[in-house]
Design a protein around this ligand. Structure first.
Ligand SMILES: Nc1c(NC[C@H](O)[C@H](O)[C@H](O)CO)[nH]c(=O)[nH]c1=O
Ligand SMILES: CC(=O)[C@@H](O)COP(=O)(O)O
Length: 190
């Protein structure tokens, strides 16, 4: 399903875990800042709407989307957060630079998700023109920042549940008292 068939701002609070104790880092690119500010506002407002206290939301700015990788890495290393959202807007120009920035950021953020224990949510628009960016940062297609905030809450919850399960079962597994079969983690509203 393409974005044009889905409103990025829609979410059902009944399907979202309790987020009041989670801490979130948000790294925002300054390139195309009218767009990235709209994405940030969507993310911030969604977190607040899901009962995250404002003082549990940390914002850092970086020059461009390529710097989101380093900014997120340092956020993970130095801040006590349960998830990080990276926000950027990359718009096709006259050269191939668009391709390299988009690929570089995508791979870099993927690598952080593989190499670290904290989920990093990819809220980077990679658009052909400014109108597509406007449409996805609070315009006709909703706000990708809102979508990213909801994803961040859900991934922080999955990490929390996995951690609790691990700390409970590890001694039992080590002793051979239990064996774990693959069971899906079901997100339930508390
Ligand atoms: N053209 C865009 C850029 N380019 C800048 C790079 O992200 C980077 O800051 C620079 O190459 C220095 O390392 N960044 C965006 O976020 N959006 C663009 O459209
Ligand atoms: C994504 C970019 O870096 C791009 O917007 C820069 O524009 P240009 O390709 O015309 O240099």
């Amino acid at each position: 399903m393409a974005t044009e068939n889905k409103n990025l701002s829609e979410y059902d609070k009944n399907t979202i875990p309790n987020a009041k104790d989670f801490r979130f880092g948000i790294v925002v690119s300054e390139w195309n800042d009218t767009i990235t500010e709209g994405l940030y506002n969507g993310a911030f407002e969604a977190l607040i709407d899901c009962d995250v206290p404002a003082q549990q939301i940390i914002r850092w700015n970086v020059p461009g989307s390529f710097e989101l990788i380093y900014g997120a890495k340092k956020m993970l290393q130095t801040q006590n957060v349960d998830a990080v959202i990276v926000i950027g807007c990359v718009i096709q120009g006259q050269t191939k630079h668009f391709d390299f920035v988009c690929e570089g950021v995508t791979q870099g953020i993927k690598d952080l998700n593989v190499q670290t224990d904290i989920p990093v949510i990819f809220c980077v628009l990679t658009d052909n023109n400014i109108q597509q960016s406007i449409d996805r940062s609070g315009g006709v297609h909703g706000n990708k920042g809102t979508e990213a905030a909801i994803a961040a809450i859900k991934m922080a919850y999955i990490r929390q549940q996995a951690s609790m399960t691990h700390s409970f079962t590890q001694p039992l597994l080590a002793s051979g008292a239990i064996q774990i079969e693959d069971t899906p983690i079901k997100i339930e509203k508390e």
